[in-house]
Ligand binder design. Structure first.
Ligand code: SAH
Length: 244
Protein backbone atom coordinates (compact mmCIF):
# COMPACT_ATOMS: atom_id res chain seq x y z
CA UNK A 1 0.00 0.00 0.00
CA UNK A 2 1.44 3.32 -1.06
CA UNK A 3 0.20 6.65 0.31
CA UNK A 4 1.69 9.93 -0.92
CA UNK A 5 1.12 13.06 1.15
CA UNK A 6 1.63 16.58 -0.22
CA UNK A 7 2.12 19.31 2.38
CA UNK A 8 4.01 22.48 3.21
CA UNK A 9 4.88 20.86 6.57
CA UNK A 10 6.47 17.56 5.56
CA UNK A 11 8.28 17.11 8.91
CA UNK A 12 4.95 16.92 10.76
CA UNK A 13 3.64 14.08 8.66
CA UNK A 14 7.02 12.35 8.32
CA UNK A 15 7.48 12.28 12.08
CA UNK A 16 4.00 10.95 12.70
CA UNK A 17 4.28 8.25 10.04
CA UNK A 18 7.65 7.19 11.44
CA UNK A 19 6.40 6.22 14.88
CA UNK A 20 4.61 3.34 16.58
CA UNK A 21 2.40 1.10 14.46
CA UNK A 22 2.90 3.11 11.25
CA UNK A 23 6.65 3.37 11.74
CA UNK A 24 6.93 -0.39 12.19
CA UNK A 25 4.70 -1.01 9.18
CA UNK A 26 6.93 1.20 7.05
CA UNK A 27 10.06 -0.55 8.26
CA UNK A 28 8.50 -3.91 7.50
CA UNK A 29 7.72 -2.73 3.97
CA UNK A 30 3.96 -3.11 4.46
CA UNK A 31 3.23 0.57 4.12
CA UNK A 32 4.98 2.94 1.73
CA UNK A 33 4.21 6.48 2.95
CA UNK A 34 5.92 9.16 0.84
CA UNK A 35 5.77 12.73 2.06
CA UNK A 36 6.37 15.53 -0.47
CA UNK A 37 7.21 19.15 0.29
CA UNK A 38 4.98 21.42 -1.78
CA UNK A 39 7.55 24.21 -1.44
CA UNK A 40 9.81 22.21 -3.76
CA UNK A 41 7.51 23.46 -6.51
CA UNK A 42 8.11 27.13 -5.87
CA UNK A 43 10.20 29.05 -8.34
CA UNK A 44 10.93 32.25 -6.42
CA UNK A 45 13.81 32.63 -3.93
CA UNK A 46 11.44 33.18 -0.99
CA UNK A 47 9.69 29.90 -1.74
CA UNK A 48 6.33 31.58 -1.33
CA UNK A 49 3.36 29.29 -1.64
CA UNK A 50 0.46 31.58 -0.91
CA UNK A 51 -1.04 34.88 -1.98
CA UNK A 52 -4.02 37.09 -1.17
CA UNK A 53 -7.41 36.08 -2.53
CA UNK A 54 -8.74 37.74 -5.67
CA UNK A 55 -11.82 39.72 -4.74
CA UNK A 56 -10.45 40.53 -1.32
CA UNK A 57 -11.09 39.03 2.07
CA UNK A 58 -9.09 37.67 4.96
CA UNK A 59 -6.24 35.20 4.81
CA UNK A 60 -4.08 33.70 2.14
CA UNK A 61 -4.67 31.05 -0.50
CA UNK A 62 -2.22 28.37 -1.67
CA UNK A 63 -1.22 29.10 -5.26
CA UNK A 64 -1.86 26.50 -7.97
CA UNK A 65 1.55 26.55 -9.66
CA UNK A 66 3.73 24.92 -6.97
CA UNK A 67 1.05 22.34 -6.21
CA UNK A 68 0.61 21.31 -9.87
CA UNK A 69 4.40 21.26 -10.35
CA UNK A 70 5.12 18.92 -7.43
CA UNK A 71 2.15 16.61 -7.99
CA UNK A 72 2.87 16.27 -11.73
CA UNK A 73 6.54 15.53 -11.09
CA UNK A 74 5.67 12.74 -8.64
CA UNK A 75 2.73 11.23 -10.52
CA UNK A 76 1.38 9.84 -7.27
CA UNK A 77 -1.10 6.99 -6.90
CA UNK A 78 -4.68 8.04 -7.63
CA UNK A 79 -7.16 8.98 -6.38
CA UNK A 80 -5.58 12.21 -5.20
CA UNK A 81 -7.74 13.35 -2.30
CA UNK A 82 -7.81 16.97 -1.19
CA UNK A 83 -8.37 17.31 2.55
CA UNK A 84 -11.01 19.92 3.21
CA UNK A 85 -14.12 20.61 5.30
CA UNK A 86 -16.28 20.64 2.16
CA UNK A 87 -15.47 17.07 1.20
CA UNK A 88 -17.29 13.81 1.64
CA UNK A 89 -17.06 12.90 5.31
CA UNK A 90 -14.65 10.14 6.24
CA UNK A 91 -16.16 7.12 7.95
CA UNK A 92 -15.08 3.54 8.56
CA UNK A 93 -16.73 2.36 5.32
CA UNK A 94 -14.56 4.80 3.33
CA UNK A 95 -11.52 3.78 5.38
CA UNK A 96 -12.15 0.14 4.43
CA UNK A 97 -12.54 1.13 0.77
CA UNK A 98 -9.21 2.96 0.83
CA UNK A 99 -7.54 0.10 2.72
CA UNK A 100 -8.62 -2.31 -0.03
CA UNK A 101 -6.90 -0.20 -2.71
CA UNK A 102 -3.26 -0.35 -3.75
CA UNK A 103 -2.72 3.26 -2.85
CA UNK A 104 -3.93 6.84 -2.98
CA UNK A 105 -2.65 10.33 -2.28
CA UNK A 106 -3.51 13.18 0.05
CA UNK A 107 -3.15 16.91 -0.53
CA UNK A 108 -3.07 19.16 2.54
CA UNK A 109 -4.35 22.71 2.32
CA UNK A 110 -3.35 25.55 4.68
CA UNK A 111 -4.46 29.09 5.47
CA UNK A 112 -7.77 29.74 3.65
CA UNK A 113 -7.28 26.67 1.50
CA UNK A 114 -6.13 25.99 -2.07
CA UNK A 115 -6.82 27.86 -5.30
CA UNK A 116 -10.03 26.51 -6.81
CA UNK A 117 -8.21 25.34 -9.96
CA UNK A 118 -6.44 22.73 -7.84
CA UNK A 119 -9.77 21.34 -6.74
CA UNK A 120 -11.25 21.55 -10.23
CA UNK A 121 -8.37 20.25 -12.34
CA UNK A 122 -5.85 18.36 -10.23
CA UNK A 123 -7.54 16.42 -7.46
CA UNK A 124 -10.03 13.60 -7.87
CA UNK A 125 -12.14 14.17 -4.78
CA UNK A 126 -12.32 16.15 -1.56
CA UNK A 127 -12.31 14.42 1.79
CA UNK A 128 -13.34 15.86 5.16
CA UNK A 129 -12.65 14.32 8.56
CA UNK A 130 -15.60 16.07 10.19
CA UNK A 131 -17.76 19.15 10.40
CA UNK A 132 -15.24 21.51 11.96
CA UNK A 133 -12.44 23.65 10.53
CA UNK A 134 -8.76 22.86 11.07
CA UNK A 135 -5.87 25.20 10.33
CA UNK A 136 -4.37 22.77 7.85
CA UNK A 137 -4.85 19.40 6.19
CA UNK A 138 -1.90 17.73 7.93
CA UNK A 139 -3.76 16.45 10.98
CA UNK A 140 -6.58 15.27 8.69
CA UNK A 141 -4.04 13.46 6.48
CA UNK A 142 -2.58 11.77 9.55
CA UNK A 143 -6.06 10.64 10.56
CA UNK A 144 -6.53 9.04 7.15
CA UNK A 145 -3.06 7.45 7.06
CA UNK A 146 -3.52 5.96 10.52
CA UNK A 147 -7.09 4.74 10.07
CA UNK A 148 -6.23 3.14 6.71
CA UNK A 149 -2.71 2.02 7.56
CA UNK A 150 -3.76 -0.06 10.56
CA UNK A 151 -6.08 -2.10 8.32
CA UNK A 152 -3.39 -3.07 5.83
CA UNK A 153 -2.86 -6.83 6.23
CA UNK A 154 -0.05 -7.57 8.65
CA UNK A 155 0.09 -4.09 10.20
CA UNK A 156 -2.03 -4.91 13.26
CA UNK A 157 -0.95 -7.82 15.40
CA UNK A 158 -4.19 -9.73 15.35
CA UNK A 159 -6.10 -9.70 12.08
CA UNK A 160 -9.30 -10.60 13.93
CA UNK A 161 -9.41 -7.39 15.92
CA UNK A 162 -10.58 -5.26 13.00
CA UNK A 163 -13.70 -7.41 12.54
CA UNK A 164 -14.90 -6.88 16.09
CA UNK A 165 -14.12 -3.24 16.73
CA UNK A 166 -16.43 -0.24 16.59
CA UNK A 167 -18.29 0.32 13.28
CA UNK A 168 -17.65 -3.21 12.06
CA UNK A 169 -21.21 -4.27 11.25
CA UNK A 170 -22.44 -0.74 12.03
CA UNK A 171 -22.23 -1.19 15.80
CA UNK A 172 -20.04 0.22 18.54
CA UNK A 173 -17.75 -2.22 20.29
CA UNK A 174 -18.77 -4.03 23.49
CA UNK A 175 -17.01 -2.99 26.74
CA UNK A 176 -13.54 -4.43 27.32
CA UNK A 177 -11.96 -5.33 30.67
CA UNK A 178 -8.54 -6.51 31.76
CA UNK A 179 -6.89 -7.25 35.11
CA UNK A 180 -7.53 -6.72 37.96
CA UNK A 181 -10.88 -8.53 38.23
CA UNK A 182 -11.87 -6.00 40.88
CA UNK A 183 -10.67 -2.39 40.90
CA UNK A 184 -11.76 0.04 43.64
CA UNK A 185 -14.76 -2.14 44.30
CA UNK A 186 -15.83 -2.28 40.63
CA UNK A 187 -15.92 -5.86 39.49
CA UNK A 188 -15.54 -7.20 35.96
CA UNK A 189 -18.90 -8.70 34.85
CA UNK A 190 -19.13 -12.27 36.02
CA UNK A 191 -20.00 -13.63 32.58
CA UNK A 192 -16.58 -12.61 31.19
CA UNK A 193 -14.89 -14.77 33.81
CA UNK A 194 -17.27 -17.69 33.40
CA UNK A 195 -15.40 -19.39 30.58
CA UNK A 196 -18.76 -19.94 28.85
CA UNK A 197 -17.80 -18.71 25.38
CA UNK A 198 -21.26 -18.91 23.86
CA UNK A 199 -22.70 -16.83 26.69
CA UNK A 200 -19.78 -14.36 26.46
CA UNK A 201 -20.47 -13.89 22.75
CA UNK A 202 -24.18 -13.27 23.43
CA UNK A 203 -23.39 -10.84 26.26
CA UNK A 204 -20.96 -8.94 24.02
CA UNK A 205 -23.48 -8.66 21.24
CA UNK A 206 -26.18 -7.49 23.65
CA UNK A 207 -23.77 -4.89 25.05
CA UNK A 208 -22.76 -3.68 21.58
CA UNK A 209 -26.41 -3.33 20.58
CA UNK A 210 -27.42 -1.57 23.81
CA UNK A 211 -24.43 0.77 23.71
CA UNK A 212 -25.06 1.68 20.09
CA UNK A 213 -28.76 2.26 20.80
CA UNK A 214 -27.86 4.58 23.69
CA UNK A 215 -24.91 6.48 22.18
CA UNK A 216 -25.41 6.30 18.43
CA UNK A 217 -29.06 5.65 17.57
CA UNK A 218 -28.25 6.94 14.07
CA UNK A 219 -26.13 3.82 13.48
CA UNK A 220 -29.03 1.58 14.47
CA UNK A 221 -31.37 3.55 12.21
CA UNK A 222 -28.88 3.10 9.34
CA UNK A 223 -29.11 -0.67 9.87
CA UNK A 224 -32.89 -0.39 9.48
CA UNK A 225 -33.53 -0.79 13.22
CA UNK A 226 -33.01 -3.85 15.38
CA UNK A 227 -33.93 -7.28 14.09
CA UNK A 228 -36.42 -9.23 16.19
CA UNK A 229 -33.59 -11.50 17.25
CA UNK A 230 -31.37 -8.60 18.38
CA UNK A 231 -34.27 -7.01 20.21
CA UNK A 232 -34.92 -10.25 22.08
CA UNK A 233 -31.23 -10.52 22.96
CA UNK A 234 -31.13 -6.99 24.39
CA UNK A 235 -34.36 -7.65 26.35
CA UNK A 236 -32.98 -10.89 27.76
CA UNK A 237 -29.87 -9.23 29.20
CA UNK A 238 -31.76 -6.15 30.29
CA UNK A 239 -34.22 -8.30 32.23
CA UNK A 240 -31.26 -9.93 33.97
CA UNK A 241 -30.01 -6.49 34.99
CA UNK A 242 -26.86 -6.86 32.91
CA UNK A 243 -27.43 -3.77 30.78
CA UNK A 244 -27.70 -0.19 31.98
N1 SAH B 1 -11.48 28.54 4.29
C1 SAH B 1 -11.77 27.14 4.27
C2 SAH B 1 -11.09 26.43 5.44
C3 SAH B 1 -9.60 26.35 5.27
S1 SAH B 1 -8.87 25.49 6.57
C4 SAH B 1 -13.27 26.96 4.39
O1 SAH B 1 -13.94 27.79 4.97
O2 SAH B 1 -13.77 25.92 3.92
C5 SAH B 1 -7.29 25.16 5.93
C6 SAH B 1 -7.04 23.76 5.45
O3 SAH B 1 -7.25 22.85 6.52
C7 SAH B 1 -7.94 23.27 4.34
O4 SAH B 1 -7.45 23.64 3.09
C8 SAH B 1 -7.92 21.78 4.53
O5 SAH B 1 -6.82 21.17 3.85
C9 SAH B 1 -7.71 21.62 6.01
N2 SAH B 1 -8.96 21.29 6.73
C10 SAH B 1 -9.67 22.13 7.51
N3 SAH B 1 -10.75 21.52 8.02
C11 SAH B 1 -10.73 20.25 7.56
C12 SAH B 1 -11.59 19.13 7.75
N4 SAH B 1 -12.68 19.18 8.49
N5 SAH B 1 -11.25 17.98 7.12
C13 SAH B 1 -10.15 17.91 6.35
N6 SAH B 1 -9.30 18.94 6.15
C14 SAH B 1 -9.58 20.09 6.75
Amino acid sequence: MRIDVFTIFPEMVEDFAGRSLLGRAREAGLLDVRVHDLRAGTADPHRSMDDAPFGGGAGMVLMPEPIFTVVEAVEPPRPLLLLGPGGRRLDQARVLELAASEGFSLLCGRYEGVDERVRAHLVDEELSIGDYVLAGGEVAAMVVVEAVGRLVPGVMGSAASADEESFAEGLLEYPQYTRPAEFRGWAVPEVLRSGDHARIARWRRAQALARTLACRPDLIAARGGLSAEDEALVEEFRAEGELD
